[in-house]
Design a protein around this ligand. Sequence first.
Ligand code: NAD
Ligand code: 89Y
Length: 345
Amino acid sequence: NASTVLRGALVGCGFFAANQMRAWQELPGVAIAALCDRDAGRLAAFGDTFGIEHRFDDIETLLTQMAVDFVDIAAPTPAHETLVTAAAHYGVDIICQKPFAGSLATARRLINICRKHGVSLTVHENFRWQHAVRRVAELIGEGRIGRPFFGRISYRSGFDVFANQPYLATLERFIIQDLGIHTLDMARALFGDVVRLSCETGRVNPDIAGEDHATLMLRHEAGCVSVVDCSYATTLADDPFPQSLIEVDGDRGSIRLAADFQLTIHGPGGSATVEDVTPTWPAWSEAPWNVIQESVVALQGDWIERRRAREPAPTAGPDNFNTLALVEAAYQSAATGQSVEPERW
Ligand code: NAD
Ligand code: 89Y
């Protein structure tokens, strides 16, 4: 019923949750009715900032006391298993941040629990929702460059992500799990599922635990070969953080998405059409995060429509399982020096 306002609870009131909250507040037909965070200080500050009165320090109490249609989980991955399981038991729909689970076995179990309880599960995998990425997908979909045979998704930056997200410096698995997961998901969204993958990684920054650059080669089922590369160790005068640059070669043309949303479509006979695909930024967004913030609004807006139509979202659990499987395969390939056939849902 389109006239009913969907009531949600936001679980995890940290750094990224503020973007999700602002997006819910700008979208029609939805309201965040309650907050949950086990850190009392964060809960209070977040609740005061966004004017949310109902606050809980654990999800079970929240779900017992509040009638909500969905939970939006913005807590870190180690908390997801408990939170998703609780929400499924209470029969409420779930949106959960990436990385959805710490292992494929956990991801499989959680997806099955949600199925058993008849609740929808959407992973907040937002990068494929960026306006420019959607335009590239649209061009490929309408056959503008023919059949893609090569792709590249490149994310290279030296931005200090540790300032806002200090936990990233402690992760044994850093860039592929945190950021590469998005670029791999974009590769799947643009070129389809992956049958074989190889990966090389390294670390430049001596002050962090995990890898800070990774280069992957993917063979997609539909035939395309893609290169996905990401780095937080790259020094650039015009750091494009957090933009992804994209190249696609098809048998009838090519697409180049350059920095600052300059997209060129190359056609036969040397033709080139340039499009400025700069999005309309949300009023509350701020550089350099606006690219990501715009995609949060797009993902959550789509989620509302799908929820009303009772349709699975593009990044529903089973779809995201196949992205998570690429992350696992990448670490396996980097550790063994072998190419890997990723698991599939
Ligand atoms: P954060 O540490 O700033 O915030 C997480 C919050 O969750 C904290 O306030 C913590 O107290 C709370 N929390 C932890 N366990 C909880 C539990 N069991 N119940 C209730 N609250 C709990 O982390 P962050 O940087 O906001 O990241 C959160 C998630 O968002 C991560 O999974 C991260 O990968 C993801 N993220 C996604 C994007 C994106 O673009 N999609 C960007 C940044 C972060
Ligand atoms: O956590 C990461 C994400 O999901 O997008 C960018 C980020 O905030 C830092 O790499």
